[in-house]
Unconditional design. Structure first.
Length: 168
């Protein structure tokens, strides 16, 4: 069974970008601008990463024959973001398709909300896309509500961006 670990490991940046790029290009036809934005914003986050108000969880594969593990998913709480929003931002939620339906997304969400409560964030928000039904179900199950929608064409096809939030 894959395991969840906290904190950055060498190579995680590239792998998180790859997981996003592979999934969103294959299933959503998003172009290279999407990958570039993920890369730039994730690198910026890692440049100011501090365990006091940020957290990175990685889903790690089972060890291979050389006892090596691969990053198979991630979730970030960005408590020190530089936008105008108050509260913590949930970001870069991704799991390799072969791990979907195993409860790992739910466990990542549980850890993220527990961290936010522990740190004392009163609000957590996220941006996602209309049509990611499994993710939406996970967010709503934890108490997030849809507060804003906006349709844009940023990375290829037109997509309805959805903002969810929860008050803790």
């Amino acid at each position: 069974m894959p395991e969840i670990q906290t904190g950055y490991i060498p190579g995680a940046l590239g792998r998180i970008i790859e997981l996003h790029e592979t999934y969103y290009s294959e299933y959503w036809d998003l172009d290279y601008e999407f990958s570039r934005e993920v890369a730039v914003e994730l690198a910026e986050f890692l440049g100011r990463y501090d365990d006091a108000d940020n957290r990175l969880w990685l889903v790690m594969s089972n060890p291979d024959t050389d006892d090596e593990r691969e990053v198979m998913g991630s979730l970030v709480i960005d408590g020190g973001h530089n936008d105008d929003e108050e509260g913590a931002r949930l970001r870069w939620v991704v799991l390799a398709p072969e791990l979907h339906g195993q409860g790992l997304g739910r466990e990542l969400m549980n850890r993220a909300i527990a961290f936010c409560e522990e740190v004392g964030f009163e609000r957590v928000y996220l941006w996602t896309y209309e049509g990611l039904e499994a993710a939406r179900h996970l967010y709503e199950e934890r108490g997030f509500t849809l507060v804003e929608e906006e349709t844009r064409q940023d990375w290829g096809p037109e997509i309805t961006h959805q903002k969810f939030e929860i008050f803790l």
